[in-house]
Write a protein that binds this ligand. Structure first.
Ligand code: AHG
Ligand code: MN
Ligand code: MN
Length: 341
């Protein structure tokens, strides 16, 4: 390729331009959702910077023991929480935030804001200190209460089907932001020297089936019958076991390659571990938009009515055929349980 040809190549689509173009598809859009997504992307860049230097923070003097806010010595999940909340508060489009890191709803003070955001600011916390991929997960809902007042619990406790946008950031061998507004899924890769996300994975579609299963098999003594048998089935099929322990990273891999991720109910934890509002709903919206499926073993995740902010639910997500297969095994278990009663 000549230099002339190279110069004629497009520079690539930045996230900002992509969001702007999408907004033009909706003539009456006011641009608030676009701005909200840009706020999240900005916070993601800041968190990405903190993560990249996290190994240096304890080295005396390398980055100073504290910054002006005195934050450097806090754990990264607390820092990420502060960064995202601050970006969303400054943006002005969000009236209320619910975060995995905070017991109660956070009122931003922007009573005119039309949106509420549910966020897991730092997912995969056990991997923070060991240089393994971690992430951020977010869901955006339109408030149901009138503007001009503080957001309410009703604004937050909406089913996943009401999400207007959802996404995740993966801080991995490269940093990516993947999101949907209900019209397909697009992925952007961060170019650190330019400080921009570029469209790198347009129209992500997930394979209908796959050969990867992801579950914490250390818990297998506590698995119920259906899960145990489905895992045995995966082994019979010679599927590969892959489990990073960061939901975002496990999900992202399976989304692109095909596979199933499971965090089931166990004998000790009847609702599993993962949180409906901060983790399951957002990834379910994305997987469905990419042609995959998400279930609690019986029902579509996005139709589950949350009762409380921090509630958990069993989670089976990934390629449609594999999730349906897991549901078959779970249905057998539930049928047997019903017979025994
Ligand atoms: P978080 O760091 O936000 O609390 O989430 C941790 C979650 C999820 O990322 C991961 O898939 C799962 O916990 C791992 O749990 P186990 O260690 O029990 O397998
Ligand atoms: Mn998490
Ligand atoms: Mn978290």
């Amino acid at each position: 390729m000549t230099l002339h040809d190279k110069l004629a190549l497009p520079v690539g689509t930045t996230l900002d331009r992509f969001i702007m173009r999408k907004q033009e598809d909706f003539p009456y859009a006011t641009g608030e959702l676009s701005q909200l997504l840009r706020d999240i992307a900005l916070a993601a860049k800041i968190v990405n910077r903190e993560i990249n230097r996290s190994g240096l923070i304890d080295i005396a003097g390398a980055y100073g023991n504290r910054n002006v806010q005195g934050e450097d010595q806090q754990k990264l999940d607390v820092i990420a929480n502060i960064r995202f909340i601050r970006a969303l508060r400054n943006g002005g489009e969000v009236c209320t935030i619910v975060s995995e890191e905070d017991e109660d709803m956070i009122q931003t003070g922007n009573v005119q804001g039309k949106y509420v955001v549910a966020i897991d600011p730092l997912d995969g916390s056990s991997n923070i200190d060991v240089n393994v991929s971690i992430g951020t997960i977010f869901s955006v809902y339109r408030r149901v209460s009138p503007t001009g007042t503080e957001g309410t619990e009703q604004d937050c406790l909406q089913t996943g089907t009401h999400q207007v946008a959802a996404g995740y950031v993966i801080y991995g061998s490269s940093t990516m932001l993947v999101y949907t507004t209900g019209n397909g899924v697009n992925g952007f890769t961060y170019e650190p020297s330019l400080g921009e996300f570029f469209l790198s994975h347009p129209h992500i579609t997930s394979p209908q089936t796959g050969a990867i299963y992801s579950i914490n098999e250390g818990l297998s003594n506590d698995f119920t019958e259906g899960v145990r048998e489905f895992v045995a089935y995966c082994k019979q099929q010679n599927y590969s076991a892959r489990y990073i322990g960061s939901l975002v990273a496990d999900f992202h891999r399976n989304l692109l390659k095909g596979g199933i991720y499971m965090y089931p109910a166990t004998r000790r934890a009847a609702k599993g571990k993962l949180r409906l509002m901060y983790e399951c709903n957002a990834l379910s919206f994305i997987v469905e938009q990419a042609g995959g499926k998400a279930s609690n073993g019986q029902q579509r995740i996005m139709e589950l009515q949350p009762q409380t902010l921090h509630e958990r639910c069993p989670f089976f997500i990934g390629s449609t055929e594999l999730v349906e297969k897991a549901e078959e095994f779970m249905a057998r278990e539930y049928a047997e349980l019903a017979e025994q009663k």
